[in-house]
Design a protein around this ligand. Structure first.
Ligand code: SAM
Ligand code: DTB
Ligand code: SF4
Length: 350
């Protein structure tokens, strides 16, 4: 036995046992929001192989087909945002070279949705650089949602903070998902954003739920937060009741001109761990590899799929930054033997 094995074996056995207890409980308590900080920290601390093995067991139980969802993102209103999110190229106060645009026309949005459908996308997500939409914006987005739904695509929107009535109007128009990220842990939040507080995010998520829509909620890792803060962030997400149906995990894209422009990249293995812990703690959620995939490369993305990621943003553009070409992603999925989710196929949730 090597010194390294001698050092890790007792820890491994102990951690496996404590994880097994937590794991069996998680099948019933996860939905009710009972993940403790220490249970999530224990997952993060597991030897990587064990963590991925647990994540794979969860993934196979909840997604026996193991397919990958493709979500296409379109920026329906770019730049000029009054908020100060330290990572965001669309905040008006940072000199990032992003030009503010008006809201896209209905025709342009429907043309983009048609193209996404033709490229094989499952979901069409409309993003707007707003702190919160005005009621007249909601009317226009309602028409977009109706048009995109009529094409047979799943719909998602991310428009900033919502009032209950606005969430209701979007839901009545047929919006399937609303994306609103917690982004990080509560204690790190104010180091990145000062123009709103964590509770504002939680309130909007409540309004989305109350209006009957599914929640798409995740965040960004690699902004300089600590491991403990990543644990706290995922614990918070997993304890939302119910936890989100969609969990986008963004890897910070450091954009020149933003306060986080010089942020040192996170260790890719820590990103893989974050994906695995998201999979285990939110077993029936679609865990989406979101911003920052280009920088990860094929091998790390493959590890993320092994760790339970089962959704990607698909198409060469995110909102203002670039994403892998569709052809690159199709080749990656084919090389890994991963099938694309069929649109509107019922998902098996145990
Ligand atoms: N304005 C709305 C809001 O903030 O909720 C919606 C659009 S906002 C751009 C959506 C999400 O994109 C953010 O919550 C953040 O997680 C992600 N994001 C923005 N800039 C990013 C960056 N540079 N790197 C990684 N993720 C980023
Ligand atoms: C999410 O969590 N990631 C997407 C989507 N939700 C709206 C946005 C990523 C944006 C990355 C920076 C940009 O392209 O401007
Ligand atoms: Fe505005 Fe959203 Fe960017 Fe924050 S993340 S500056 S709210 S567009």
């Amino acid at each position: 036995m090597t010194q390294a094995q001698a050092n890790t074996k007792p820890l491994t056995q102990f951690q496996s046992k404590s994880l097994a207890n937590n794991f069996s409980a998680s099948n019933t308590i996860g939905k009710q929001g009972a993940w403790s900080h220490s249970a999530v920290a224990t997952l993060f601390n597991l030897p990587l192989n064990q963590l991925i093995w647990q994540a794979q067991k969860t993934h196979r139980a909840y997604f026996p087909d193991g397919d990958i969802e493709l979500a296409t993102l379109v920026s329906i209103k770019t730049g000029g945002c009054p908020e100060d999110c330290g990572y965001c190229p669309q905040a008006a106060r940072y000199q990032t070279g992003v030009e503010a645009t008006k809201l896209m026309t209905l025709e342009a949005v429907l043309a983009a949705a048609q193209a996404a459908k033709a490229a094989g996308s499952n979901r069409f997500c409309m993003g707007a650089a707003w702190r919160e939409p005005k009621d007249r914006d909601i009317e226009k987005v309602v028409a977009m949602i109706r048009g995109v739904k009529a094409l047979g695509l799943e719909t998602c929107a991310t428009l900033g903070m919502l009032e209950p009535e606005q969430a209701k109007a979007l839901s009545e128009a047929g919006l399937d998902f609303y994306n609103h990220n917690l982004d990080t842990s509560e204690d790190f939040y104010s180091e990145v954003i000062q123009t709103r507080v964590y509770q504002d995010r939680l309130d909007t998520i409540d309004h989305v739920r109350a209006a009957g829509m599914s929640v798409c909620c995740g965040g960004i890792v690699g902004m300089g937060e600590s491991r403990e803060q990543r644990v706290a962030f995922l614990t918070r997400l997993a304890n939302l009741s119910p936890y989100p149906e969609s969990v986008p995990i963004n890897h910070l894209v450091p954009v020149a001109g933003t306060p986080l422009e010089a942020q040192v990249a996170l260790d890719p293995l820590e990103f893989v761990r974050t994906i695995a812990v998201a999979r285990i703690t939110m077993p029936s959620a679609r865990v989406r590899l979101s911003a920052g995939r280009q920088e990860l490369g094929r091998a790390v993305q493959a590890m993320c799929f092994m760790a339970g990621a089962n959704s990607i943003f698909y198409g060469e553009q995110l909102l203002t930054t670039s994403n892998p070409e569709a052809e690159y992603d199709r080749a990656l999925l084919a090389d890994l033997g991963l099938q694309v989710k069929e649109s509107y196929k019922a998902e098996v949730v145990i």
